[in-house]
Design a protein around this ligand. Structure first.
Ligand SMILES: Cc1cc2nc3c(=O)[nH]c(=O)nc-3n(C[C@H](O)[C@H](O)[C@H](O)COP(=O)(O)O)c2cc1C
Length: 181
C-alpha cells in the first residue's frame, strides 16, 4: 500500500489537490493507495496531553495508514521557508521508531516561489533520514505552483504530468527493489 500525505491542514490547500492526483496515479499503476489529508487531523492533537494519550480516532485514521504503508509520498508546501507546522506535529505524534523505520518515502514540493519548496523537501529528507526511512531521491518540485492544477485532476502542464508519473513509476520500482533484498 502507498499512503499519500497532503502535508498541510490549510482549508482549500493546493497541496491537497495535488495529493489527490498523485494518489490516483499510484492507483492506476496498480498500487492500493490511501490518502491522508492533514486538514482532517483532530484539533485535540494540539493539546498538551496528546503526547501521552492520542485523541480518539487518530490511531485508525492516521497511524494505521502510515504503519501499513509500503511507501509514503509526502506532498509538502513551503510555509515561511520550511514545511508546515501541522506536518511536524503529525510526525511527532506518530509512534517512535516504527512509523518511519525502513519505510520508503518520496517527496513532492509545492511553493509559490521559484525554488518549488526545495527547502521543506530537504528538511523532511533530513528528518526522515534521521528516522531511518529510505529516502527516494527523485523529487518533484512545483515552483510558481498556482499555475498548475487550476482544476481538480488536471495538472494543466504536460511536463509536470510526466514528472509526476515518472516519479510514481520509479518509486514503485524502488519499493519493489527494496522488498526483494
Ligand atoms: C502560511 C504560509 C506561508 C507561506 N510561505 C511561503 C514561502 O515561504 N515561500 C513560498 O514560496 N511560498 C509560501 N507560501 C505559499 C505556498 O507555498 C503556496 O500557496 C503553495 O501553492 C501551496 O500551499 P497550500 O498547499 O497551502 O495551498 C506560503 C503560504 C502560506 C499559507
Amino acid at each position: 500500500m502507498i499512503t499519500v500525505i497532503s502535508g498541510t491542514n490549510r482549508e482549500g490547500s493546493h497541496s491537497a489537490r495535488i495529493a489527490r492526483y498523485v494518489a490516483q496515479i499510484h492507483r492506476q499503476l496498480g498500487a492500493e493507495t490511501h490518502l491522508l489529508d492533514l486538514k482532517d487531523l483532530p484539533p485535540a492533537l494540539l493539546s498538551p496531553g496528546a503526547y501521552a494519550e492520542k485523541p480518539s480516532g487518530f490511531q485508525e485514521a492516521f497511524v494505521e495508514p502510515v504503519l501499513r504503508a509500503h511507501g509514503l509520498v509526502i506532498v509538502v508546501p513551503e510555509y515561511n521557508g520550511g514545511f508546515p507546522g501541522a506536518l511536524k506535529l503529525f510526525i511527532d505524534m506518530l509512534p517512535f521508531p516504527e512509523a518511519f523505520e525502513s519505510r520508503p518515502a518520496a517527496y513532492i514540493g509545492v511553493a509559490a516561489g521559484q525554488f518549488g519548496a526545495l527547502r521543506p523537501v530537504e528538511q523532511l529528507q533530513m528528518i526522515f533520514g534521521y528516522r531511518n526511512a529510505f529516502n527516494f531521491n527523485e523529487r518533484v518540485f512545483l515552483a510558481g505552483a498556482s499555475r498548475y492544477f487550476k482544476e481538480e485532476g488536471n495538472p494543466g502542464d504536460d511536463d509536470l504530468a510526466a514528472r509526476l508519473e515518472r516519479q510514481a513509476k520509479n518509486f514503485q520500482a524502488f519499493i519493489a527493489g527494496l522488498r526483494v533484498r
